[in-house]
Design a protein around this ligand. Structure first.
Ligand SMILES: C[S@@+](CC[C@H](N)C(=O)[O-])C[C@H]1O[C@@H](n2cnc3c(N)ncnc32)[C@H](O)[C@@H]1O
Length: 276
């Protein structure tokens, strides 16, 4: 079980059998998290010697739910390779695209592994701390902070490719549609978009309760707001989609070229879209 799973399980057990007031539970989770981040940062100097784009442990924790440096690098590499392979399925490769945006780039877990392709890389995120670190530490891309709701600062029809890992997995339905609309605005005709979501597999391993399962089955979309206090804004939840929902609703914004189950790190599904 990963740490998010563990945290969810611990919270649900403590809610069912409260041994502490809720504030006590949250405090324990907070202390546990802080300790983990501190412990992980002890080895950073050694890792930085051979990976110059290693962000601080606190920022790693915010994007991957673990501050572990080794896992951060491995998963970033794997996701970059997944994206490359998925482009290959379409007979495309990174040099086909001039301007590439990582939407919700965090601290560049993925982008650093794409730098060899020499695209004009851009990263944007709502997380000011992550973007400040990126701006200071990464010399092969441009960065900006965006607001939780559109617009982005880019002109219309600017990008040839946009990828976004684990961002639509956190948005409610209104933000989702607003952002699909905005990503359509900033992409050129025939641009590609690679957007990851929580599909069947993630819903299964994250152990949704019967009520949540039923809602997802009926509506094709499930948004949960179980995130406690932390660095993220209120709207930041946990979102699940069915494949049927994606084909029905996202096709109102883009042409759907492919839907790759567990295409991202054997976990999230990847939706491959073309701007018409
Ligand atoms: C799970 S992290 C993934 C980060 C990065 N894509 C990666 O794979 O390492 C989700 C990221 O989405 C960002 N995010 C959430 N909502 C966003 C929005 N409306 N616009 C831009 N970024 C957003 C968060 O700040 C966070 O950095």
């Amino acid at each position: 079980m990963n740490r998010e799973g563990l945290r969810k399980r611990a919270s649900s057990l403590l809610n069912r059998y409260p041994i502490l007031p809720q504030e006590g539970t949250l405090l324990l989770l907070y202390l546990y998290n802080t300790l983990n981040v501190r412990l992980a940062s002890l080895h950073d100097q050694a890792y930085s010697a051979y990976f110059s784009y290693l962000p601080p442990a606190g920022l790693r924790d915010r994007v991957s739910g673990t501050a572990d440096a080794h896992e951060f690098m491995l998963v970033g590499r794997k996701i970059a390779d997944d994206l490359t392979n998925i482009l290959g399925r379409l007979n495309r490769s990174w040099p086909d695209f001039e301007k590439v945006l990582d939407f919700g780039c965090g601290c560049c877990r993925v982008m650093t592994h794409l730098r060899q392709w020499k695209n004009k890389l851009y990263g944007t995120d709502i997380d000011k701390k992550a973007i400040t670190w990126c701006g200071r530490s990464i010399d092969f891309a441009s960065f900006s902070v965006n607001k939780p709701a559109p617009p982005l600062e880019f002109p219309s029809e600017f990008f040839d490719l946009i990828y976004s890992i684990s961002v639509f997995t956190h948005l409610d339905e209104r933000y989702q549609f607003d952002w699909l609309n905005e990503l359509r605005r900033v992409t050129r005709p025939h641009a590609l978009l690679l957007l990851s979501i929580h599909g069947n597999y993630a819903a299964r391993i994250n152990k949704l309760n019967p009520c949540e399962k039923q809602k997802l089955k009926q509506e094709g979309f499930l948004y949960l707001t179980h995130y406690g206090p932390g660095p993220f804004p209120k709207f930041y939840g946990s979102t699940y989609h069915t494949k049927e929902y994606i084909y029905k609703r996202w096709s109102q914004y883009f042409r759907i070229l492919d839907y790759v189950e567990q295409g991202i790190n054997n976990h999230q599904d990847l939706v491959v879209l073309e701007r018409c």
